[in-house]
Design a protein around this ligand. Structure first.
Ligand SMILES: *Cc1c(COP(=O)(O)O)cnc(C)c1O
Length: 438
């Protein structure tokens, strides 16, 4: 990995990380922040302003992470901040119903066509964990199908890798997850229609649900084929299994109605997170009313939460969704995305770096590999050390990209055309360095 010489520019971050390493495992509260995939010391952040992040050493960066997805309006958006200020003065948690929960639920139901009822939780992980429990409770079946390279949070039964043969039952992908927990999870290749057909042919009557990222962000951006979407919809319906669309990343990101609106698919259950919390810890799962009414106390599938529907979280989420509905940024985001994609392609060509770019609206990945990425097997062929050098070259030029090849970058509504052009120029220089090393 690149020797991060730039740590000289960040003595405070370096000191803070050394301290954090004594206190937190790996110095962080979530592994994606640790720069493990690119080497070096993470930036410690002092504040965010619009499209910018300022670290504790006073360096300013153009931010393409947006807290890994939630901040589609940029940092500290005035409408979100005001809504939080109003809410916080009235108390931070009641453990009793509030009208603000009705408001956010109504906004979610209004946005995502397939959601008739919704339950608010505190994270994306909680949403997916609860949705698969509900799918199993509703159908009375055990098996959940998932796809390699799709991430659904750190739910035990979804921390699974494919077994040796295709379409075998999964094996744990983390110590601490038991074989018993993952025995009822099947891992298939993304975009593999035949694999999906085979799974339903052999196991159809035992499959409770299929959970998938409708546009993948968690192996870098990967689009589903139309045939794959159609097969998901058709096979789950035919076999009485539930289609669980994990829109934690894509919800309110690729369109106000999420990927389902964009791809014209309709899920039985949808999981949300990230944008729906406006930058506070929120998740949600929702779908057909007859299914959702199986959740306690309407039904018997247990799921609860001390801070669920928290008044600060609902205030931030509602303000964010109000703004997205009244001033939709999606066309602007797509224009900026188109500009960035074209520019990056051009400078990568010029630098002689083998690459392919995948983008849906404001989600994008520059893969260090020439082949179009359709599944995890292809994604895993990327030149990750080349990506690491590119990442540090960009940090040096004041551009903060995801610290892994296998994460999407996000453009926010606070980014400008000038920001995009500056990014392309920086990428041209950084990629030339990457190209020269090879
Ligand atoms: C981020 C993410 C999750 C997990 O959400 P957390 O809030 O981090 O628990 C689940 N699914 C997808 C698609 C995600 O992008």
């Amino acid at each position: 990995m690149t020797k991060p010489v730039h740590d000289m520019n960040r003595p405070r971050s370096l000191a803070a990380f050394r301290r954090a390493e004594q206190l937190l495992p790996g110095g962080v509260n979530s592994p994606a922040r640790a720069f493990g995939a690119v080497g070096g010391i993470p930036l410690f952040i002092e504040r965010g302003e619009g499209a910018s992040l300022i670290d504790i050493d006073g360096n300013r960066y153009l931010d393409y992470i947006g807290s890994w997805g939630p901040l589609i309006l940029g940092h500290a958006h005035p409408r979100v901040v005001q809504s939080l200020q109003r809410a916080i003065a009235k108390g931070t948690s009641f453990g009793a119903p509030t009208e603000a929960e009705n408001d956010l639920a109504e906004q979610i139901i209004g946005a995502v066509a397939s959601i008739e009822k919704v339950r608010l939780v505190n994270s994306g992980t909680e949403a997916t964990m609860s949705a698969i429990r509900l799918a199993r409770g509703f159908t009375g079946r055990e098996v959940i199908v998932k796809f390699a390279g799709n991430y659904h949070g750190h739910v035990d039964s979804l921390l699974v890798s494919a077994g040796s043969a295709a379409a075998t039952l999964g094996v744990p992908s983390s110590p601490g997850v038991t074989a018993g927990t993952t025995r009822d999870t099947m891992v298939l290749a993304y975009n593999d229609v035949i694999g999906l057909e085979n799974a339903f042919r052999t196991t159809g009557e035992r499959i409770a649900g299929v959970i998938f990222e409708p546009i993948v962000g968690n192996m870098g951006v990967v689009r589903p084929t139309e045939a794959f979407c159609l097969a998901l919809q058709r096979l789950t319906r035919q076999h009485g299994a539930l289609l669980i669309c994990d829109e934690v990343m894509t919800g309110f990101r690729v369109a106000y109605g999420g990927a389902q609106q964009l791809l014209n698919i309709s899920a039985d259950l949808t999981t949300l997170g990230k944008i729906v919390g406006g930058g506070l810890p929120v998740g949600a799962y929702g779908g057909r009313a007859d299914i959702m009414d199986c959740v306690l106390p309407a039904g018997e599938v247990f799921q609860a939460g001390t801070l669920s529907g928290n008044p600060l979280a609902t205030a931030a989420g509602s303000a964010m969704l109000d703004e997205l509905l009244e001033n939709p940024p999606y066309e602007q985001l797509d224009r900026l995305g188109t500009r960035l994609e074209a520019g990056l392609h051009q400078v990568a060509e010029a630098a002689g770096v083998p690459h392919t770019i995948a983008r849906v609206g404001s989600m994008m990945t520059l893969f260090f590999h020439a082949e179009t990425v359709t599944d995890w097997e292809i994604a895993s062929r990327c030149d990750t050390s080349g990506y690491g050098r590119y990442f540090w070259g960009m940090i040096e030029r004041g551009i903060y990209l995801p610290c892994s090849q296998f994460e999407a970058l996000f453009i926010s509504a606070a980014h400008t055309e000038a920001d995009i052009d500056r990014t392309i120029e920086a990428a041209g220089e950084a990629l030339k360095e990457v190209g020269n090393r090879e």
